[in-house]
Design a protein around this ligand. Structure first.
Ligand code: F6P
Length: 364
């Protein structure tokens, strides 16, 4: 029968478990055998590959992280590591994969897929697999799902985990708001997201923050004064608390990082305000997935199995993302390279181009 492997790779994200569960159960319903590859690509290298039954994914829908483990595998970056991975997949009869990870993991996966026939040729020549085994698995079918709290994938409105991280941040802002208001204090809060300001911007809007710094829109000349004026005006209007949100990738127009500590320093120097700094860190990536991060990854996992079972040798690898609240099929190579391109444009200081290239819009 058909055997479908599933793995999670790169940084974990809430909702990965919902996707894994849907992949396993959809495969079973469709008469295929699901196998989990533990600890990301490292499990393929180490032969940590296990058949999954219906109840192996019970009670994981509401858990954060990924129960099948994840890693950023160094072995898999080397050809020799990928050779061992291919050998192990063949041993388990797997030539269809659903990979849930960030753009880095999906890029590595695609490279592996492109190398598949070369890897098998080398394995046959080395006597590690037979001709018959190689011939039985002429190509590797791959479907990617994007698990990342950063919401940085070009072509998808949402990535798995972003909504839960946003909820976590907004809860933290609400908590800080009450203590800040009690003392009439100012807080500077740093959130994750790498090159992407999505989490910072959306939580600033949802949390009613005073000022936000994101990588895609570095503040112009004189921003320090502007920020202080905004905070002063807020206080004059009766606000008892001030919150400045800083994306971890925030920077000046010339590309110098702006940290939460920098912002606190500016507030001290210019306003003599003793701001408190809170760096949320990995709490954003853990804990209970939101409802959205349960139902959407469930649909995505279901669609991923259908898609991977249909994939022919001439079809390109795909990513399933979300567009206008619908599941969208994206070309993996294009989506990943477009995502890299946005990061590069930001690094080069081409901010308008970066925003345009991300291609997200809130109006039709
Ligand atoms: O990509 C997800 C993310 O949480 C980023 O927001 C952050 O920059 C990075 O991973 C942190 O990586 P690590 O978990 O390796 O510290």
């Amino acid at each position: 029968g058909v055997r479908v492997g599933v793995l999670t790779s790169g940084g974990d994200a809430q909702g990965m478990n919902a996707a894994v569960r849907a992949v396993v159960r959809t495969a079973l319903v469709m008469g295929a055998t699901p196998l989990s590859i533990l600890e990301g690509w490292q499990g393929a290298v180490d032969n940590s590959i296990h058949e999954m039954g219906w109840s192996d994914v019970s009670s994981i829908l509401n858990q954060g992280g990924t129960v099948i483990g994840t890693a950023r595998s160094a072995d898999f970056r080397e050809y020799e590591g990928r050779l061992v991975a291919a050998e192990n997949l063949i041993r388990h009869g797997i030539d269809k994969l659903v990979v849930i990870g960030g753009d880095g993991s999906l890029t590595g996966t695609n490279q592996f897929r492109n190398e598949w026939s070369q890897l098998l040729t080398d394995l046959v020549e080395a006597g590690r697999i037979s001709h018959e085994e190689a011939a039985a698995h002429p190509y590797l079918a791959v479907v990617g799902l994007v698990g990342s709290i950063d919401n940085d994938l070009v072509g998808s409105d949402m990535t798995i985990g972003a909504d839960s991280a946003l909820h976590r941040i907004v809860e933290a802002i609400d908590a800080l708001t009450s203590t800040a208001a009690s003392h009439q204090r100012t807080f500077v809060v740093e959130v994750m997201g790498r090159h992407c300001g999505y989490l910072a911007l959306m939580s600033a809007v949802a949390g009613g923050c005073d000022y936000v710094l994101i990588p895609e829109r570095p503040p112009g000349e004189g921003w320090e004064e502007e920020m202080c004026n905004v905070l002063t005006q807020g206080r004059e209007a009766g606000r008892r608390e001030s919150i400045v949100l800083v994306a971890e990738g925030a920077q000046t127009r010339s590309g110098d990082r702006i940290t939460a500590a920098d912002v606190a320093g500016i507030l001290k120097d210019r306003m003599d305000v003793d701001a408190r700094v809170t760096i949320l860190g990995h709490v954003q990536r853990g804990g209970t997935p939101s409802a959205y991060d349960r139902w959407m990854p469930t649909l995505l996992g279901y669609a991923a199995v259908q898609t991977v079972l249909e994939q022919g040798s001439d079809d390109g690898a795909v990513i399933l993302g979300v567009r206008h609240n619908r599941i969208a099929r994206l070309d993996l190579v294009t989506a990943v390279s477009d995502t890299r391109n946005v990061a590069t444009l930001i690094e080069q200081g081409s901010y308008d181009e970066a925003v345009a290239a991300r291609g997200r819009s809130f109006t039709e």
